[in-house]
Design a protein around this ligand. Structure first.
Ligand code: SAM
Ligand code: SF4
Length: 490
């Protein structure tokens, strides 16, 4: 598609600074938390104020069961106040597994001879996207290894190709396409971020993997591009300076101490907020999974137990109230289900991460599809179909949402942070979530899921406080039920 290129690693952002102060973070994490202080911090969070580092560290240190309970309760409340009961759904799209790096935890690392390397051709890309659309997907994250063939122009061309694929629902004849393409790929330079922004990307995610420098050095061998800690740490700032104001942070848990990396994620969010007046759009916290050619015990020094993982999610919810939290299908279904209660706002569902892994939806039982580790980055923990996950969410009172309205109306970055306040959810998010759910029920859901979904839609309409909005939404839903008109939003 385009000529290979590599970014110019000599130019950092205007705010470039190594704000990870190991000594200070260590001190903060060794202070004991008392109940009075935790109550004060929880009250500040409830008022939807972002926490400072001392406060986040105090929450991470609150090990006593009753304090952990208080943090969980506050996280549940905040989740309700800021996000309502919507859960945004997406699916990953792995474009190619070439990689010049040698990250010790990853199946794509260059020294892994077991990995079968492939980059999707344009025809394969169209077929894969059609299969995602046939399930009912509307949002994706395109994922790439770090390689000279996957430069900014290539990523931008790929995003345009993905947006161009159209699918006609055999049930209703409606036409759909992916409406938001996020990216998870290597850090770019300023010019690179401008190129991908022009292709209309959603969020650009770069996970720091670990903020603990000695561990970072151990995991990313010297001489590889990824061994440059600062280039990676600075990448969200460069993205924002280049106009990509929805950035996603993340850390890979299991490498270093979970408390240290969780505190560092908060420090990264504070750094962006104080320099650009915009925090991260999302934070991800994958835990290491088995991968091809990987002896997982040799990599994981700091395995995170489920209870600590859930605690960390709750602390992040309190620390950065307006940042979306993502828990991916790396996690098993039961952990994902529990995490929803403590503040997770986005899940991937029905995703396949082998290169070319999306199969024809009618050809086999999608739930039971085997994973081929030598074609994927790691093993998934939850391979249930989109329909199964949607049904479970509905049964638990959540609204599965495929909404992309904010990003398409320019409500991103700093502007988004102003909107994501009480009132906005009822006026915009809930009605938009319900209309995208109605589209899914009409065009793609199984009869069982449709029946549960229709009931939830009725209950949610009844709860809307504004009669005018309610009336407009009812008309909109009727249009979706009786015509092939789609993609209607407030
Ligand atoms: N190559 C790009 C990079 O490294 O920035 C894209 C990232 S990679 C395709 C997506 C993320 O998967 C990585 O940033 C890492 O956090 C995570 N990952 C890698 N190996 C993993 C494993 N064995 N288990 C779980 N997550 C893993
Ligand atoms: Fe390559 Fe990314 Fe895997 Fe590292 S994590 S080996 S850069 S794909």
């Amino acid at each position: 598609m385009s000529t290979p290129s590599l970014p110019d690693m000599s130019k950092l952002s205007n705010s470039a600074l190594d704000f990870i102060d190991d000594v200070r973070f260590g001190e903060l994490l060794s202070k004991k938390s008392d109940a009075g202080r935790i109550r004060e911090i929880a009250a500040k969070s409830k008022a939807k104020q972002a926490l400072n580092l001392d406060e986040a560290a105090a929450l991470l240190n609150a090990d006593e069961p009753e304090l952990v309970e208080l943090i969980y309760d506050t996280a549940r409340q905040l989740k309700k106040d800021v996000y309502g009961n919507r859960i945004v759904l997406f699916a990953p799209f792995y474009v190619g597994n070439l990689c010049m790096n040698d990250c010790q935890y990853c199946g794509f690392r260059r020294s892994n001879a077991e990995q079968i390397r492939h980059t999707l051709t344009v025809e394969e890309l169209h077929e894969q996207v059609s299969r995602m659309l046939a399930m009912g997907q509307k949002r994706t994250i395109a994922v790439f290894g770090e390689h000279r063939n996957y430069g900014a122009q290539y990523i931008a061309d790929t995003v345009r190709e993905i947006y161009s694929v159209k699918y006609r629902s055999p049930k209703t004849g409606s036409i759909s396409s992916l409406r938001r393409v996020n990216i998870n790929a290597a850090p770019l330079d300023h010019g690179g971020y401008k190129i991908v922004r022009e292709a209309g990307i959603g969020t650009y995610q770069v996970f720091q993997e670990t903020y603990h420098k000695p561990t970072y050095r151990k995991m990313h061998p010297a001489g590889t591009r990824k061994s440059d800690f600062m280039w990676r740490l600075d990448s969200p700032a460069r993205a924002i300076e280049s106009g990509c104001d929805d950035v996603g942070l993340g850390a890979l848990f299991g490498l270093a101490s979970w408390k240290f990396d969780a505190l560092s994620l908060v420090a990264h969010a504070i750094h962006l907020m104080s320099n650009y007046n915009v925090g991260p759009h999302t934070i991800s916290f994958p835990r290491i999974r088995p991968a091809s050619g990987l002896h997982i015990q040799e990599v994981i020094d700091n395995n995170v137990a489920d209870r600590d993982f859930l605690r960390m999610i709750a602390v992040l919810r309190l620390s950065v109230p307006y940042t979306g939290l993502i828990v991916t299908a790396r996690e098993p279904a039961n952990v994902r289900q529990e995490a929803l209660g403590f503040g997770v706002s986005q899940l991937d569902a029905g995703g396949r991460i082998e290169i070319g892994g999306y199969k024809d939806i009618n050809s086999e039982s999608v739930d039971a599809q085997q994973q081929a580790l030598n074609r994927e980055q790691f093993e998934l923990g939850d391979v249930r179909s989109l329909d199964t996950v949607v049904k479970e969410l509905l049964e638990n009172g959540y609204i599965p949402s495929f909404c992309t309205a904010c990003y398409r109306l320019g409500r991103t970055g700093e502007v988004f942070m102003e909107y994501a306040k009480p009132g906005f959810i009822q006026d915009f998010c809930t009605p938009n979530a319900l209309s995208t759910l109605q589209e899914y029920l009409q065009d793609f859901a199984s009869p069982e899921t449709k029946a549960v979904g229709e009931k939830l839609v009725e209950q949610e309409i009844a709860k809307l406080p504004d009669d005018r909005r309610k009336q407009m939404l009812v008309q909109r839903l009727e249009k979706i039920r009786s015509t092939d008109k789609r993609d209607l939003f407030f």
